[in-house]
Design a protein around this ligand. Structure first.
Ligand SMILES: NC(=O)c1ccc[n+]([C@@H]2O[C@H](COP(=O)([O-])OP(=O)(O)OC[C@H]3O[C@@H](n4cnc5c(N)ncnc54)[C@H](O)[C@@H]3O)[C@@H](O)[C@H]2O)c1
Ligand SMILES: O=P(O)(O)OC[C@H](O)CO
Length: 334
């Protein structure tokens, strides 16, 4: 199969390395100099240092050639957008000029200004008729690039697209499950990043494993409440893109979002933490949007609110913890 991956960040590069073992893969990045260097040195030093790009993997900054790679054979190709959420709209607009046969995106979050989920951005720009979906689930780029086992969910209402993604990605050490609950899968992927910031902060403050388990569990309740209010299905939040990705991101030190929380607990400034990361932390980008959405829908999301306050309202993580602990007692399942 011919596969083009648009976006040569950590995750796009890791997936390209993996899929190039089985398919004709082209990795596109917008920085021509960096792509030229990666093509020559066979390493993406800016985003995934230490992992060799397979000799068969094509690397390019030529957008037309990258999209042409998949448009020529629509029945045997897959286009994957691996940018951050912030880049999805611009890339969708660029793609609108081409006869795209099918499209999958990997980003997890909400657009900051519009509060839209990735599938809503794609539909707004490219219309409803495109075969499209989100590939999500617990997946640290470095582990996938190493070839370690991983299970993901392809979410789309288009069965043929799900089959195409299974054909392309399932196999070796990667398992792909399908779901038609796009909202549920995308909400799980977006909100877990905010909860990983909270858990990182709690761990940084050395509040203990009991506190960590409580945050993850009550965080899952927040994800489920918001997701159901938006039309997602409760069972989705018990799956890979819900509790699975929540556990990974809250507990794994490879998580950039968790590292934001750890940095806040050291009283570092948010700008400094983000600059040191060198990668996107989607939880920072969408915390305000999720807080606003929850307020609008009257969904109770105290952990999200506390994280947004610590990030943007001048609060400290110590205040975040105090605020959460001082809440009144309540029934667990309401
Ligand atoms: N890194 C992971 O382990 C991982 C795993 C699963 C999902 N994700 C999600 O995938 C997305 C990308 O993550 P990442 O780790 O690759 O991030 P990264 O910070 O390593 O790279 C982001 C990439 O997006 C590109 N980009 C941003 N705006 C763009 C635009 N307007 N046009 C073109 N490209 C643009 C950047 O150039 C860069 O290549 C995020 O939403 C993240 O939550 C990441
Ligand atoms: O490093 P993070 O926090 O962006 O998380 C990466 C992936 O989303 C984990 O599944």
């Amino acid at each position: 199969m011919k596969i083009t991956i648009l976006g040569a960040g950590a995750w796009g590069t890791a997936l390209a390395i993996t899929l190039a073992k089985r398919h004709e893969v082209l990795l596109w990045g917008r920085n021509a100099e960096a792509m030229q260097a990666a093509a020559t040195t066979r390493e993406n030093t800016a985003y995934l240092r230490g992992f060799a790009l397979p000799p068969t993997l094509q690397v390019s900054a030529d957008f037309d050639a990258a999209v042409g790679h998949v448009c020529a054979e629509p029945e045997a190709s897959l286009l994957i957008v691996a940018s951050s959420v912030a880049g999805l709209r611009a890339l969708s607009e660029q793609l609108s000029a081409y006869p795209i046969p099918n499209l999958v995106w990997l980003c997890k979050g909400l657009e900051e200004q519009t509060r839209l989920l990735p599938h809503q951005i794609v539909r707004e720009v490219m219309g409803n008729n495109l075969a499209a979906g989100a590939l999500s689930g617990p997946s640290f780029a470095q582990e996938v690039a190493q070839g370690l086992p991983c299970a993901l969910t392809i979410a789309s209402t288009d069965d043929a697209l799900c089959e195409r993604v299974v054909e392309a990605v399932h196999g070796g050490n990667i398992r792909i499950y399908s779901s038609d609950d796009l909202i549920g899968v995308e909400i799980g992927g977006a909100v877990k990043n905010i909860l990983a910031i909270a858990t990182g902060a709690a761990d940084g403050l050395k509040l203990g494993l009991n506190a960590r388990a409580a945050l993850i569990t009550r965080g899952l309740a927040e994800i489920s409440r918001l997701g159901v209010a938006l039309g997602g299905r409760a069972e989705t939040f018990m799956g890979l893109s819900g509790v699975g990705d929540l556990i990974l991101t809250c507990t794994g030190d490879l998580s950039r979002n968790r590292r934001v929380g750890l940095g806040l607990a050291q009283n570092k400034k948010l700008d400094t933490i983000v600059a040191e990361l060198g990668h996107v932390a989607e939880g920072v980008r969408c915390a305000q949007a999720v807080r606003a959405l929850a307020q609008e829908l009257k969904v109770d999301m105290p952990i999200t609110n506390a994280v947004a306050a610590a990030l943007f309202d001048g609060g400290s993580v110590q205040e975040m913890v105090a605020q959460l602990l001082s809440r009144e007692a309540r029934e667990e399942n309401r």
